[in-house]
Design a protein around this ligand. Structure first.
Ligand code: ADP
Length: 160
């Protein structure tokens, strides 16, 4: 049973994240999506909201579970018996940070391997912060996020 973690901020989940999750679930037996509790990032959505949005749009994926976590990803991996960490690579600009994280995680836990997946090229320009920005200007984000996320964004920005 090959279980992998897909950690991230998911503020909010986009079609880019979902593309990666779909690819991971075709490769592994179980994909555990974990939302980082990282107050220093001052997220728009609370951890509970981000988990609920992910659960709602991933309910068709039988191999995927969603949780939140605080602390080190490698500790969480040991706790749940995962042997890999999935990360998405969109462009060269992602590489340096992701490479550093992957090597640090390997230094911390050599039994956990980071695997990079590339989304469909139509998602390479997409990230959560662009989506938040567009939504804050009441621009339509239907091409970038599932309907439940679009509605949640509209609710956040309804009065401003
Ligand atoms: P983090 O703060 O951990 O980077 P994100 O939610 O921004 O959290 O991203 C989580 C993971 O998903 C990262 O590996 C990131 O590179 C990847 N990711 C984000 N957006 C996309 C996208 N459009 N296509 C593919 N991967 C993506």
């Amino acid at each position: 049973m090959k279980k992998v973690l897909y950690p991230g901020t998911f503020d909010p989940v986009t079609f880019g994240h979902i593309d990666i999750i779909k690819r991971a679930s075709e490769l592994f037996d179980a994909v555990h999506v974990i939302v980082a509790i990282n107050p220093s990032k001052k997220p728009l959505f609370t951890v509970e909201e981000r988990v609920d949005l992910l659960k709602e749009c991933l309910k068709e994926f039988s191999k995927v579970t969603v949780d939140s976590f605080d602390g080190l990803v490698v500790d969480f991996a040991h706790k749940v018996g995962a042997t890999g960490i999935i990360r998405g690579l969109r462009a060269v600009s992602d590489f340096e940070y992701e490479f550093q994280m992957a090597l640090m995680n390997r230094k911390l836990a050599d039994d956990i391997t980071t695997v990079f997946l590339m989304p469909h090229e139509k998602y390479t320009y997409l990230n959560s912060s662009i989506v938040r920005n567009l939504a804050s200007f009441h621009s339509d984000v239907a091409d970038f996020v599932p309907l439940n996320v679009k509605q949640a964004l509209e609710n956040k920005y309804v009065n401003n």
